[in-house]
Design a protein around this ligand. Structure first.
Ligand code: DP6
Length: 321
């Protein structure tokens, strides 16, 4: 009743921000992401009839009730397996937790894959997608590798699949880390505040599907420049919604903005690159592998950048033990 899985974070090119159903954690909009290849989460789940409570260890520290989300996820697996056993979950990230690097995405993707194997449920991909999504809206995307689309389906749920395998169109991703501190407002709280208070939220939702479809078409055409334009705009639209929430959400630091300006300058000088920013101050820059050193140097030159993590595209969540 024990299994270990690895899953990698993903970064959305076309962002998810806002929910249409909080209980089922259904997103208001679809999203399109890339799964990273060089940083990850390793999670071991062991169900044990002798335990009287779930125990969750994150990066070697025992988590408290903050991990209700993990317990809820385990409850759904226990229900499917028809058992009451509690579990020990040990999870470790080799990157900063809770700072806009999608640790919840890789964490829950690894958890559902490991729990499924530990209980020998052999659930289908759609069920794993639902179980991952209900824990964190970006988590289903880390179940798959390469370029991944998460869409609302006509039946009131979501579906998720890889639109292009990682080796088909190699990219480099550079993450400029400007802070290791956890963010002050979680994505969950931030997006709910945006939904209820930002005057731009309804337009964000109305205009989102066109961005999503155009981005998928540009992946199919391998049009890096057009995809980059759409992705950078989706990121800025998301942050415009966040910034116009009440109270306003400003996830950027000065260094984040300076990194963004550097990427735009590089692009003006002829280097194909674009950026994205999530609910934290790290900036993610995307480019083709031949430009990765130039992009890295440009980000490293910004005062306030602590380090630059470089990654290629990666695989979906998988069992390792
Ligand atoms: C800004 O998936 O962390 O990274 O569903 O509430 O767990 P919950 O939110 P989460 O939100 C991710 C938001 C984002 C954009 C994105 O990844 O699409």
């Amino acid at each position: 009743m024990r299994a270990t899985a690895i899953a990698q974070p993903n970064i959305a090119l076309i962002k998810y921000w806002g929910k249409r159903d909080c209980d089922l954690n259904l997103p208001a909009v679809g999203s399109l992401s890339v799964t990273l290849g060089s940083i990850g989460t390793r999670t071991t789940v062991e169900f044990d009839a002798t335990l009287n409570a779930d125990r969750v260890y994150i990066n070697e520290q025992e988590a408290d009730s903050a991990n209700r989300r993990v317990e809820n996820c385990l409850d759904r697996f226990r229900e499917k397996a028809g058992i009451a056993h509690k579990a020990i979950v040990t999870t470790a990230n080799d990157f900063p937790t809770g700072a806009g690097l999608a640790s919840s995405a890789s964490g829950f993707a690894a958890l559902v894959v490991a729990a499924d194997r530990a209980l020998e449920l052999n659930l289908g991909a759609d069920e794993l997608v639902d179980l991952a999504r209900i824990s964190s809206g970006s988590a289903p995307r880390s179940l798959f590798g390469g370029f991944v689309l998460l869409e609302n389906d006509s039946g009131g749920g979501t579906r998720c699949s890889s639109v292009l395998a990682p080796e088909t169109w190699p990219w480099s991703i550079m993450i400029a880390v400007t802070s290791d501190a956890p963010k002050k407002v979680s994505s969950t709280d931030g997006m709910e505040s945006s939904r209820t208070t930002s005057p731009y939220f309804s337009r964000w939702v109305e205009t989102h599907d066109a961005d999503l479809q155009a981005a998928v078409a540009n992946i199919e055409k391998r049009d890096f420049e057009k995809l980059g334009e759409l992705a950078e705009r989706s990121c800025l639209k998301m942050h415009a919604v966040a910034m116009t929430s009440s109270p306003p959400l400003l996830y950027w630091s000065g260094a984040t903005l300076e990194c963004a300006q550097n990427i735009r300058e590089l692009r003006k000088s002829g280097v194909s690159t674009f950026f994205s920013i999530d609910a934290g101050p790290q900036l993610k820059a995307f480019c083709l592998p031949e430009n990765s050193e130039m992009v890295r140097e440009s980000l490293e030159s910004v005062p306030g950048v602590l380090r630059v993590i470089s990654s290629k595209l990666g695989e979906g969540a998988r069992i390792v033990e």
